[in-house]
Design a binder for this molecule. Structure first.
Ligand code: DTR
Ligand code: CA
Ligand code: ZN
Ligand code: ZN
Length: 461
């Protein structure tokens, strides 16, 4: 337990080993891609630039078990918001914007770069909330999305508070883990889906073709907590589909292909422009068959969600099991499809500075420089920035890479993240920068209490 001048106290939750261990085995086998946080192992004493060093790959890490209680806490917030705003969270009503503000506040505190995209439809103003996790290859963007609006008839807790809360808690888990995936992660909460996917369509329409082609996959989550649940997997992109199927196979839950889905949720605008899509669905107002009840439990002859688009779509209209399984599947897909960064030591020339630089508590930024020489042309589009900072509360730290011409690239935002140390490798698109010159790592501690120092950092060309 540590305490801070502002009264913050932090206790690191203990992680349940068995579930985590099971997922570690899954991540290492089923998906064929393993996940590693590449912790650059600083070379003792090497401070002269240019001395080639190789980073040792860190052990692979599996996706975390997302606590379903955290997901339900977000749903309770959505319920309270609806209750305080006319009973719904519909497009054009105050409950929708209040829902956006709640989600945005959580993400800003967790170190995401967020933005609101405004659009008009149905005679009212709507907003999409877009949240980028700093780092990762900007040319390979993995997106996860869910519509945040409800129908006007009710609070929309399953449709689609469940998907919205599921990707929110997964995004917060990414922050808690300090994940540095190979791909750039982007999360999105859509407006006006119930009017016909208007928010997600506005987003896709706003994307230049070059940016669309950078989206390696869009994962959609619309209704993932239905009270009489089915476990449906979208069958659009084979890799995404098999990733989700691998997860459910690992927990011995059979799945079916989602056949109703085409065109019926926010993946449609992405699919229509050629982006690989996938997602999960627990069923709406059509009826669960006897065969389905045999494999999934629940009640045959009844709808998967009998409160679909009704006022009874409240926090009482949920299956915790469905919510838990589907949210864990979301995390597994983000960790797996997001990629690990290389688990092999980076090749190329390494420029390192291992001199310790003290970071003043809640004070001015400090810098550590490396002199890059002997390179030709510009820096790479996937420049590897290995960082080793010892600090007792990494959430206090803001970290930038500063190119020789002064251009700053944000590597890490401050966040409510009590874990110690930043020992990871960031990937930066520095292709517009001349390689040779003085590069700097700039670090600022913006939070009271807790101190630390730059132990070492390196650039690999
Ligand atoms: N249109 C969605 C509910 C819905 C119905 N079928 C599917 C299939 C796949 C995803 C979502 C849906 C809504 O009412 O928000
Ligand atoms: Ca869980
Ligand atoms: Zn709906
Ligand atoms: Zn929906």
């Amino acid at each position: 337990m540590s305490s801070h001048a502002d009264g913050r106290t932090t206790r690191k939750p203990r992680r349940s080993a068995p579930a985590w261990a099971r997922r570690a085995a899954l991540a290492a086998t089923a998906a064929g891609t393993v996940l590693g946080l590449l912790a650059a192992a600083p070379t003792a004493g090497a401070s002269s630039p240019g001395a080639p060093t190789a980073a040792r790959p860190a052990p692979t890490v599996a996706a975390p078990d997302i606590p379903v209680a955290n997901v339900k806490a977000h749903l309770s917030q959505f319920q309270s918001i609806a209750s305080a705003n006319g009973g719904n969270r519909a497009h054009g009503r105050p409950g929708y914007r209040a829902s956006v503000d709640y989600v945005k506040g959580k993400l800003d505190a967790a170190g995401y770069t967020t933005r609101l995209q405004q659009f008009s439809t149905g005679g009212a103003t709507g907003w999409n909330l877009i949240a980028d996790w700093p780092g990762g290859d900007p040319n390979q963007v993995l997106m996860a999305g869910a519509h945040l609006d409800s129908v006007s008839a009710g609070p929309g807790i399953n449709d689609n508070g469940s998907g919205s809360a599921g990707i929110l808690e997964t995004a917060l888990a990414v922050s808690r883990a300090g994940l540095t995936p190979k791909k750039h992660l982007r999360f999105a909460w859509w407006g006006a889906e119930e009017l016909g996917m208007r928010g997600s369509q506005a987003y896709v329409n706003s994307l230049p073709a070059t940016d669309r082609s950078k989206i390696s996959g869009y994962l959609n989550f619309d209704m993932i907590g239905s009270p009489n649940p089915g476990y449906f997997v979208y069958d659009d992109d084979r890799q995404i589909e098999s990733t989700f199927k691998s997860y459910f196979a690992s927990i011995n839950v059979p799945t079916e292909i989602e056949t109703e889905g085409d065109g019926r949720s926010d993946h449609a605008p992405f699919k229509n422009v050629g982006v690989p899509v996938g997602g999960l669905f627990s069923g709406a107002d059509y009826t669960k068959t006897s065969a389905q009840a045999q494999k999934w439990g629940g009640t045959a002859g009844r709808p998967f969600d009998s409160c679909y688009h009704r006022s009874c779509d409240t926090t009482a209209n949920l299956s915790d099991t469905s919510l838990d399984r589907n949210t864990d599947a979301i995390a597994y897909a983000i960790w797996t499809l997001g990629g690990s960064g290389s688990t092999n030591p980076p090749t190329g020339t390494v420029f390192e500075n291992a001199a310790d630089v003290q970071i003043p508590d809640a004070g001015a930024a400090v810098t550590s420089a490396v002199q890059v020489t002997g390179q030709t042309g510009n820096a790479p589009a996937a420049l590897q920035v290995g960082v080793d900072i010892k600090h007792t509360y990494r959430g206090d730290l803001v970290i930038d890479l500063v190119a020789p011409d002064g251009t700053a690239y944000r590597l890490k935002n401050s966040a409510a993240d009590p874990a110690p140390n930043v020992q990871t490798t960031y990937t930066v698109d520095a292709s517009s920068e001349a390689a040779n010159g003085t590069w700097q790592l700039r670090v600022q501690d913006v939070g009271p209490q807790d101190t630390g120092y730059i132990d070492s950092w390196k650039l690999t060309f």
